[in-house]
Design a protein around this ligand. Structure first.
Ligand SMILES: [Zn+2]
Length: 121
């Protein structure tokens, strides 16, 4: 068996859909927010991370521990060539799920806990 890595769910057409936690049902990313603000993000206890191309909105202790980022400020996280999308693809927490929303060719990964999410910038 291959090493367990985070499972991906890509949203290409419905990239503007709100993201709900598949475990507790909480609306973690509020896409209807008007105007869009950081209030759009409501991490639940299952949320591992919320990020977009410009950076992280939320990182859980479990996420930090899994990637060796404990105590590292968001701005100091070293990203691979594949960026935040690539970094978060390397999560190895069992049964974790990543929701990635792509607006056209511009990537705006929505990440979450056992899911993930982020607002298109
Ligand atoms: Zn949850």
């Amino acid at each position: 068996m291959a090493t367990a890595t985070i499972q991906r769910v890509e949203l290409n057409k419905h990239y503007d859909a709100s993201i709900y936690c598949p475990f507790c049902g909480q609306k973690v990313i509020e896409m209807e927010a008007d105007p869009p603000t950081e209030e759009m993000c409501h991490p639940c206890p299952h949320t591992l991370f919320i990020a977009h191309d410009e950076g992280f909105e939320y990182r859980s202790a479990l996420f930090d521990a899994n990637l060796g980022l404990v105590g590292v400020p968001d701005d100091d996280v070293e990203l691979p060539e594949t960026g935040i999308d690539g970094l978060t693809d390397s999560v190895t927490i069992p049964d974790s799920v990543k929701f990635a929303a792509y607006e056209c060719l511009r990537k705006s990964p929505h990440i979450g806990n056992d899911f993930n999410g982020a607002p298109p910038g």
